[in-house]
Design a protein around this ligand. Sequence first.
Ligand SMILES: [Zn+2]
Length: 131
Amino acid sequence: MICRFSGPMISFAEAASKGEKECYPLQIDDNKYIDLDPPGCFANHSCEPNAGIRADLELVALTDIPAGTEIRYDYSTTMDEDYFTMPCRCGSESCRGKVEDFKLLPPSASKRYLTLGIVMSFIVRKHNVKP
Ligand SMILES: [Zn+2]
């Protein structure tokens, strides 16, 4: 485990009102977000992540991560809001060019994340998705 996310609970409206900083709040349910405290808020996005979120709050390594390497999880594993998207330039071979809701992931990616157990439980529940 790398860290456990923490921070004040906020609504969708509060998360959306952050504008460009909307990537900081972590969606944990419909209309429920955690406005992440450091160090959780520093974890970046990648389409080929070296970390993921287990049990909705634990940021865990998916591979050995050498010191000095940026911690990156796939933001789409936490997103189901029909609202926020952002361009992605993570530079990985499988870069999708865009960060958007989990339901819009290519099936190969969503299946992999479900198998790894790193998809927010409200998304798994809502869409009744299985690895
Ligand atoms: Zn990318």
